[in-house]
Design a protein around this ligand. Structure first.
Ligand code: PLP
Length: 475
């Protein structure tokens, strides 16, 4: 029989049977590795695709050659077995990127999670007494030490923390919030909506830019459950503005026997100004100003796992823990395993910039990113070719996750300009999707037809990986 020419079409009837395919050497090897069930299922999928192609007059005879079939099947299986959750390289310039998983955790947390995954542990067991324990006890003491609060409890995220707090202390009652603080975080979390879900009635006071002490005072009545302050995480009100300080709100509330609560959002445990970063009120300062409850995220500025941390007075936290919602919103052992060592790092603030990954990233010197840019520039230039110019430029990274919504961290990176003929916008999209399609996807940021690759979050160990990926040329 003569070899089929490269253009001859194949009929659906000539597609080999599953039994024939299973006999091909590369495929029988895959059966040994993965078992018959998965391989047979994937072969049926291959057959269906081949049949579809044949019916559409798109299948060439050469594609049914044993070598071609084996190679195609290996590629199909590789794609199919690739995990959906994949590591990427974050060159967006946003350190706490919500879509890329926010905080990266330190080594100490990694070890604790691995142990918790594979070994029984005293999650809800008091080793000293042999009695049943409370999972919050694992971190409560540390949280009290670090925040000055009397008590603490942990839930799934800060949105859950706010929900639990409102549902416990404000159900069927009124909550007074300044109009300047009715925030929306990341599209799905809006203070008025969460208030409704918690069964609380929102009472807005003041105006968008100015709220006065008398606004709160005048709104208090016998239906008031609390005064609530919400951190304007992802925006700033500037110009002709007036905000009532937390200390003033506490004073107003106490006169009428009403608690004051704070949704702090990011909630840092240390003053970031000591490293030249923008200053944010710490949880400790917020407690010291008299807040009865403070809620904040575990995976924003804190640098820990996703969690909602609630600290406050013994009485308030006791009520929150009694709410059946707490059981629904509680965290698993992996979260607690990761959170405890992260909190413990804050007991030695002198070592925090080396040990806490997020802080190490925030404080990375510009020279470190510049050195990486110098190594990588020729590789990317080579890969993209003469239609593009790759330059090394200073830029600003963002902290992210609603924490301080401005560019604040001086950084360095690669900038790709289109210098060929044609539309720059389309050319940039091509580069962006090429980078995204790589073995380890590279995520950058396009702004005004220019692609920015901020190297702040690039680990030195990842540089050779990029060199390998960028030794292929842009197709
Ligand atoms: C981020 C944020 C939230 C939501 O926190 P998650 O941990 O993402 O659920 C709520 N309130 C404020 C003010 C925030 O900044």
């Amino acid at each position: 029989m003569s070899q089929p020419s490269s253009t001859q079409l194949a009929q659906a009837a000539s597609i080999p049977s599953i039994d024939r395919l299973l006999q091909l050497p590369a495929i029988s090897l895959l059966v040994q590795q993965h078992g018959h069930t998965l391989i047979a299922q994937q072969l049926r999928l291959l057959q269906a695709r081949l049949r579809q192609q044949a019916l559409g007059q798109q299948l060439r005879l050469v594609e049914l050659e044993p070598d071609a079939l084996q190679q195609r099947f290996q590629e199909q299986l590789k794609a199919e077995l690739q995990p959906k959750l994949r590591p990427v390289i974050n060159l967006t310039g946003t350190v706490l990127h919500t879509n890329l998983g926010r905080a990266l955790l330190p080594e100490a947390a990694v070890e604790a999670v691995v142990t918790a995954l594979t070994t029984p542990a005293n999650l809800e067991f008091d080793i000293a007494t042999g009695q049943r324990g409370d999972r919050d006890d694992l971190v409560e003491e540390l949280l009290c030490e670090l925040t000055g609060a009397e008590a603490a409890t942990i839930v799934n995220n800060n949105a859950a923390a706010v929900l639990l707090m409102l549902s416990t202390l404000a159900q069927d009652r009124e909550v007074i919030v300044s109009r300047g603080e009715l925030v929306e975080i990341g599209g799905a979390f809006r203070i008025p909506d969460i208030m409704k879900r918690a069964g609380a009635r929102l009472v807005e006071v003041g105006t968008t830019n100015r709220t006065h002490a008398f606004d709160y005072e005048d709104a208090i009545n016998d239906q008031t459950s609390m005064l609530m302050k919400v951190h304007c995480s992802n925006y700033a009100v500037m110009g002709f503005t007036k905000e009532v300080s937390l200390a003033e709100m506490v004073q107003i509330g106490r006169k009428r026997g009403i608690p004051t609560t704070v949704d702090l959002g990011s909630g840092t445990l240390v003053d970031l100004a000591q490293w030249g970063l923008p200053s944010e009120p710490t949880v400790k300062q917020t407690m010291a100003a008299g807040a009865d409850i403070v809620t904040f995220s575990g995976d924003k500025l804190l640098g820990g796992p996703q969690a909602g941390i609630i600290v406050g007075s013994k009485e308030c936290i006791r009520l929150l823990k009694k709410n059946p919602l707490k059981r629904a919103l509680r965290v698993g052992k992996l979260t607690l395993a990761a959170l405890e060592p992260v909190l413990a790092l804050y007991r030695s603030p002198e070592h925090l910039t080396e040990k806490l990954t997020t802080l190490a990233l925030f404080t990375r010197p510009q020279s470190a990113m510049k050195a990486q840019a110098q190594v990588l520039q020729p590789w990317l230039q080579q890969a993209l070719g003469a239609d593009y110019e790759v330059t090394i430029e200073p830029m600003f990274s963002q902290i992210g996750s609603g924490a301080m919504p401005v560019d604040v961290l001086p950084s360095y990176g690669l900038v790709v300009h289109f210098i060929g003929n044609g539309r720059a916008g389309r050319a940039m999209m091509k580069v962006e999707s090429w980078l995204r399609a790589q073995e380890r996807p590279v995520i950058g940021r396009i702004q005004r037809d220019t692609l920015y690759l901020d190297l702040r979050c690039l680990r030195d160990a990842e540089v050779p990986l990029l060199q390998t990926q960028w030794s292929q040329v842009l197709a």
